[in-house]
Design a protein around this ligand. Structure first.
Ligand SMILES: Cc1cc2nc3c(=O)[nH]c(=O)nc-3n(C[C@H](O)[C@H](O)[C@H](O)COP(=O)(O)O)c2cc1C
Length: 197
């Protein structure tokens, strides 16, 4: 069982990083092999909307995203963690998400069977925090995450969201949140072991 964690915050040691780390520890507890992508370590050019991928399913931009496509496709469960920046995911996460347009083209334009109904099934889960307590603070980011996961056949498995969390490491003041994160990691891996598709 391969589990990938994508860390979308530019703040190392921040709230989403703490949460995702707990999730991955929970997954490891159930025997999963985990891989971590800290997006600040990767140079990802935003999508140029050149439609170069329409005919090939391959992005024409040659940069660190080339290292990430195979990781997405090799993984059984993908966790995307991003704080809310202006009611969406961070620009770091959005650059990666927009570049998944190449996978969207492969799936929906080229009808590649590996991303079709018979292809490998994956699960995607979104983790986020926001400083405010607004009702709609996560709405945009959840939709973005759902459509991102869909490009590589990752069924949306849910989200872990915390409002009113702002300062670096403030999430540590909520031990129940860390426990919840750990359990999410365990639960998803266990479910996938017992219901392989
Ligand atoms: C550029 C920027 C934009 C932000 N926009 C929002 C926002 O729209 N809504 C909100 O609730 N919090 C917003 N925040 C606060 C962050 O979501 C919050 O500080 C979060 O805890 C950061 O998580 P991290 O430690 O994982 O980076 C913003 C922060 C920054 C730096």
């Amino acid at each position: 069982m391969k589990v990938l964690g994508i860390f979308g915050s530019p703040r190392r040691g921040g709230n989403t990083e703490v949460l995702l780390e707990e999730v991955l520890k929970g997954a490891e507890r159930e025997g999963a092999k985990t891989d971590r992508i800290y997006l600040t370590d990767y140079a990802i050019t935003p999508c140029k909307e050149c439609h170069g991928c329409d005919q090939t399913g391959q992005c024409v931009i040659l940069d660190d995203m080339e290292k990430i496509y195979p990781k997405l496709l090799e993984s059984d469960i993908i966790f995307l963690a991003s704080p809310i920046f202006f009611y969406g995911v961070t620009a770091w996460a959005k650059a990666l998400i927009d570049r998944s347009q190449a996978l969207w083209a492969k799936k929906y334009l080229l009808k590649d069977p590996s991303l079709g109904k018979e292809g490998r099934k994956r699960k995607g889960f979104f983790i986020s925090v926001g400083a405010t307590k607004g009702q709609k603070v996560f709405e945009g980011a959840i939709l973005t995450a759902k459509y991102f996961f869909d490009t590589f056949n990752a069924e949306y498995a849910g989200e872990l969201l915390f409002r009113g969390v702002d300062g670096k490491g403030d999430i540590l003041k909520h031990p129940e949140a860390l426990q919840q994160a750990f359990e999410v990691g365990r639960k998803l891996v266990k479910e996938m072991i017992h219901n392989p598709s």
